[in-house]
Design a protein around this ligand. Sequence first.
Ligand SMILES: CC(C)(COP(=O)(O)OP(=O)(O)OC[C@H]1O[C@@H](n2cnc3c(N)ncnc32)[C@H](O)[C@@H]1OP(=O)(O)O)[C@@H](O)C(=O)NCCC(=O)NCCS
Length: 378
Amino acid sequence: MTPTTPVASITGTGLWNAPEVITNEELVASFNEYARLQNEANAAAIARGEIAALTPSSVEFIEKASGIRRRYVIDRKGVLDPQRMRPYFAPRPNEEISLQAEICLSASRDALAMAGRDAADIDLLILACANMQRPYPAMAIEVQQALGTSGYAYDMNVACSSATFGIEQAANAIRAGTARAVLVVSPEITSAHLDWRDRDSHFIFGDVCTAVVVEDAARATAPGRFDILGTRLATRFSNNIRNNAGFLSRCEDIDRDAHDQLFVQEGRKVFKEVCPMVVEHIGGHLAQLGLTPQGVARYWLHQANLNMNQFIARKLLGSDPSLERAPVILDEYANTASAGSIIAFHRHRDGLADGDIGVICSFGAGYSVGCVVVRRVN
Ligand SMILES: CC(C)(COP(=O)(O)OP(=O)(O)OC[C@H]1O[C@@H](n2cnc3c(N)ncnc32)[C@H](O)[C@@H]1OP(=O)(O)O)[C@@H](O)C(=O)NCCC(=O)NCCS
């Protein structure tokens, strides 16, 4: 989408932080105890060479390889219990609001307040995230009811790119005249899809929810809003980030806790293949809009890996970016799937002059890349 005059504006953003924190030190201590217990239980098979002993994780590796220092989670007790290694969520009756719908509420209300809108002003709610709590009824419709938004609502999933793809759908609905104000909510309960027993990835994710209000630019009044100058999406199939859990799993007689029913990735391959794709995608999108990477005041990039973001920004700008120009939140939040670039945007949206250009860019499983180019209106 490349409008000559902006069709849609981002007028509000909101953020919900999960209530508990796990530091790398705590995470590694629990993983290493899990590994010790497993090795003790399997000592004979390990001695016979039938299975490999588990090797310990390390805080130094995690910080050097990813830049992640801590993460917010809904339940730390279950994750850190070496006998359990997954969060504990109490089942709820159907009459009670679902956990995933509940975490949407405060982020959404904060985004609406920033936009100066009531829930009833929203005529489309898109719930865009990497994992849905259930197939139906749509999570979005439950959130629509809980907030009191109007019109219609639907779920969509493009893994880590769900939020930026959702923003494009919001702008398209506004252009088509089917909505005037859209709420894009991304409740990411990544702690439930992460295999906390897997040394290669146990440090990667955290829980969060973000919300974005996108409005018809002609009706937008909120100060400090961002006109959307263009959106550009791309996908290319890859098995390098994959989760096989689905409604066929029970018919395939698969253990729901098996490794491949959770997040699995070839991290190094992802790094090598996705970085050039993102550089080309952002560069091409800016050129299409008559802009240059140097002309961008702020890059709110997907937050999976610090080295990845530095590589991408360096390729675009020709030098290392300042933290002000390419803000980092993954040290505090870890990878929060589709919410990462939106958290960066929400937390680092101030300090821009009227007319300054910014890029929100997500990338991840699919592969998928979503780029939203915005211009600050003070
Ligand atoms: C996951 C990631 C942090 C791993 O970093 P990496 O530098 O690629 O690390 P590798 O997997 O190549 O492993 C390097 C070494 O560290 C070891 N290692 C892996 N996990 C470890 C851990 N937790 N503690 C200590 N060592 C570990 C490996 O065994 C390997 O050892 P070896 O060299 O002796 O074989 C990194 O690849 C990444 O972030 N990739 C992109 C991920 C991404 O964006 N995904 C999108 C998801 S939405």
